[in-house]
Design a protein around this ligand. Structure first.
Ligand code: ADP
Ligand code: MG
Length: 230
């Protein structure tokens, strides 16, 4: 890892607020979040449904715009970017993982991963090498040419993790990645996240409402009604 990567936090938010306008009503999803996550960390956002986990992940990843406050990712303030810059920055530096995997059903595991590299403009040889490498890292070498419906939920989430890693992101954001998995499979995925942090030097910020994750992460940040309570 680069020395400067170590000193700059992966994620830093200051007084982050997100207020949704629904008709004449205002819903304060985030009410001033101050968060600092060091590079290489594995952090869980916990809280009940509606506490603001998804909104926070989306603001951190540049999928949603905060109403006020700042988000810095490795020292860069993402609100300062234009939409186009932000989209490019996101595909280069952030890997997203979702609860329901979000794989393209007609493509094989390999093709799902390779597509990300195609979109980012990698050359054919690099695409092939990186896709094979990522699928191997998540333990799916043997299943590489299978389609999502031929894979278990845990295997599908592994494909999604390989896909999120394809472009060598520095930060992975995972929204309830174990939400649809049984506890044994959830443990396997959490162990895999640790493995990925070691081998790919990423930082992982994950949301969950599962007690199980506490054993695996470096830190738990608890949210209630859009505020950090721990
Ligand atoms: P969590 O992921 O912890 O379940 P969310 O971030 O999805 O929480 O939601 C936080 C709050 O913001 C909830 O009260 C939710 O109803 C509200 N909310 C989320 N997204 C929207 C939206 N697009 N429009 C209006 N309200 C929203
Ligand atoms: Mg959510």
């Amino acid at each position: 890892m680069q020395p400067e990567t170590n000193s700059v936090p992966a994620v830093e938010t200051a007084d982050l607020k997100r207020i949704y306008k629904v008709g004449s009503m205002e819903v304060a999803a985030l009410r001033g979040i101050d968060l600092c996550i060091p590079a290489g960390g594995f952090v869980a956002l916990k809280g009940r449904s509606g506490s603001g986990k998804t909104t926070l992940l989306n603001c951190v990843g540049g999928l949603d715009r905060p109403t006020s406050g700042t988000v810095r990712i490795f020292g860069e303030e993402i609100a300062r970017m234009s939409d186009r810059q932000r989209t490019r920055w996101r595909s280069r530096h952030i890997g997203f993982i979702f609860q329901s995997f979000g794989l393209l059903p007609t493509l094989s595991a390999y093709e799902n991963v390779e597509l990300m590299l195609r979109i980012s403009g990698a050359r054919i040889r690099e695409r092939k090498e990186r896709a094979v490498y990522c699928l191997n890292l998540v333990g799916l070498t043997k299943w590489m040419h299978h389609r999502p419906y031929e894979l278990s939920g845990g295997q599908q989430q592994r494909v999604a993790i390989a896909r999120a890693l394809a472009n060598k992101p520095r930060l992975m954001l995972a929204d309830e990645p174990t939400g649809e998995l049984d506890s044994t499979t959830a443990r396997e995925v959490l162990t895999l996240f640790r493995h990925v942090i070691e081998h790919e030097h990423v930082t992982i910020l994950m949301s969950s409402h599962d007690q199980l994750v506490d054993e695996y992460v470096d830190r738990v940040v608890s949210l209630r009604d859009g505020q950090v309570i721990s």
